[in-house]
Design a protein around this ligand. Structure first.
Ligand SMILES: [Fe+2]
Ligand SMILES: [Fe+2]
Length: 228
């Protein structure tokens, strides 16, 4: 019975990881109607728009710039958060994965600076409240005491939430760059998008390799199963 429960737990974890792989990014969710709407607004340059942080969102380029600023700030927050996640992880592979992604994140910042340049804007961030929340939530796990593999599983969940946010953001700005005819920027943003997806895949793999399903079970069930 307990053995069956253990197998079920491992199976459920695998299923969850497979499901997260299947989550589509914003681009695939961004309907044709939505793109047409954005283009119509871009072409007609209406006088009304939504005010956000002093930027009137009345053209696609303004929305693009706004989203780039959000990502620029989000990446800056991650430059500080990733070393803390690496330090808190117990698994050497997980530590290495965060170290590698930190180096990639530095490139993400540099690419965004090039993308800003391409539209004649100075690189500037705008507080990404979503990333602030994700990092804050993740830091709660870093302060917890407990079983190493359970803590590592919690850190992986926090990191995957971050990667999914970035995937959605980069999928969107890559599409906007294409729509605005900024081919070089679209390529740069696509490269970053691929690195974010690869990081997410690596976390999926690490979750399967290093997270011991026994550690995720209630202690009394583990005891009962080892007595069998
Ligand atoms: Fe990034
Ligand atoms: Fe990332």
């Amino acid at each position: 019975m307990q053995l069956m429960h253990m197998r079920k737990s491992a199976h459920a974890w695998k299923n969850f990881q497979n499901e997260t792989r299947a989550i589509p990014c914003f681009t695939t969710l961004f309907s044709r109607a939505g793109i047409q709407y954005a283009l119509d607004r871009h072409n007609s340059k209406p006088n009304v728009g939504i005010e956000r942080d002093g930027m009137k969102l009345d053209t696609l380029k303004t929305l693009y710039t706004n989203e780039l600023r959000d990502l620029y700030n989000a990446e800056g927050q991650l430059l500080k958060a990733l070393p803390k996640m690496a330090k808190a992880a117990s698994s050497e592979e997980l530590k290495d994965a965060f170290g590698k992604h930190l180096e990639q994140t530095k490139s993400h910042v540099e690419r965004l600076e090039e993308v800003f340049e391409d539209i004649g804007e100075k690189p500037k961030g705008k507080t990404c409240r979503a990333m602030k929340g994700l990092v804050e939530e993740g830091s709660e796990i870093l302060q917890e005491d407990g079983e190493e593999s359970v803590i590592d599983a919690g850190i992986i969940v926090a990191a995957q939430k971050v990667e999914h946010y970035e995937i959605a953001g980069y999928g969107s700005v890559r599409t906007f760059a294409q729509l605005l005819g900024k081919d070089r920027s679209a390529e740069l943003l696509q490269t970053t998008l691929e690195e974010e997806s690869e990081a997410n895949e690596l976390l999926n793999k690490l979750a399967e390799d290093i997270v011991n399903p026994e550690a995720l079970m209630e202690p009394e069930l583990v005891g009962a199963s080892s007595r069998r």
